[in-house]
Ligand binder design. Structure first.
Ligand code: GTP
Ligand code: MG
Length: 209
């Protein structure tokens, strides 16, 4: 495990480059290498977590305004490329205009269900809020599509360790009832770096599977 953490750390410390922004599936790069996607409700911390993983602050654009990420943003990891990271728009952002929400949902669902090289989806959940109905909807869709995913709690720095432990146990119990979900969940903080080395190792392992 220590070896995996170090291998993953080195890989993420090397070249990571923004490749392109795809507003529709047709703009995605050729499916010639593994992809790992960051999914989750708007503002859950997808872009921040991608930045924390790669140790690069402004790589993916993060902001307190929900709906910051509007397209599938693709990042190449390694030179030569080893895999790609995909920062997705958020789902369940009720305040956005209806047609925009519908367009994002279609883009997210079409990508998650149909991308052949998608090796794992990281389903991000705010540690303060736990699983919401819209998260369960995405998880059930991934189960049906037989797409492997792992639940990752974000913003762990915002709650007490005792509360975090309770939420982890609750979410893990539910994850175990979903067939395509990885049985273990991870708690992370893009702010303090907690759980980041472990998530790097999990991503590298999934990309190579
Ligand atoms: N305290 C704390 N704040 C965080 C953490 N991760 C993200 N945030 C904050 O949460 C807000 C949203 O973060 P983003 O990374 O933009 O979230 P997102 O999921 O990409 O949002 P959309 O692209 O709009 O769907 C920003 O203000 C971040 O600074 C974390 O681990 N700890
Ligand atoms: Mg974002």
């Amino acid at each position: 495990m220590a070896w995996d953490l170090e291998t993953a750390r080195r890989l993420f410390a090397g070249p990571v480059e923004f490749r392109l922004s795809a507003p529709e599936l047709e703009f995605l790069p050729a499916p010639d290498v593994s992809e790992i996607a960051f999914a989750g409700r708007s503002n859950v911390g997808k872009s921040s977590l991608l930045n924390a993983l790669t140790g690069r602050q402004g790589l993916a654009r993060a902001s307190n305004t929900p709906g910051r990420t509007q397209e599938l943003n693709i990042f190449d990891v390694g030179e030569p490329r080893v895999f790609r990271l995909v920062d997705m728009p958020g789902y369940g952002y009720a305040e956005a205009p209806k047609d925009l929400v519908a367009r994002w949902k279609r883009l997210i669902f079409d990508y998650l269900r149909g991308r052949v090289v998608l090796k794992r989806v990281l389903v991000l959940i705010d540690a303060r809020h736990g699983l919401k109905p819209v998260d369960r909807e995405i998880m059930t869709m991934l189960d049906k599509a037989a797409v492997s995913y792992q639940v990752v709690l974000t913003k762990a720095d915002k709650i007490k360790p005792s509360e975090l432990a309770t939420t982890m146990a609750k979410v893990e119990a539910i994850a175990r009832t979903h067939v395509a979900a990885y049985p273990e969940i991870l708690a992370t903080s893009a702010e303090t770096g907690a759980g980041i080395p472990e998530l790097r190792a999990a991503v590298v392992l999934a990309a190579k599977s």
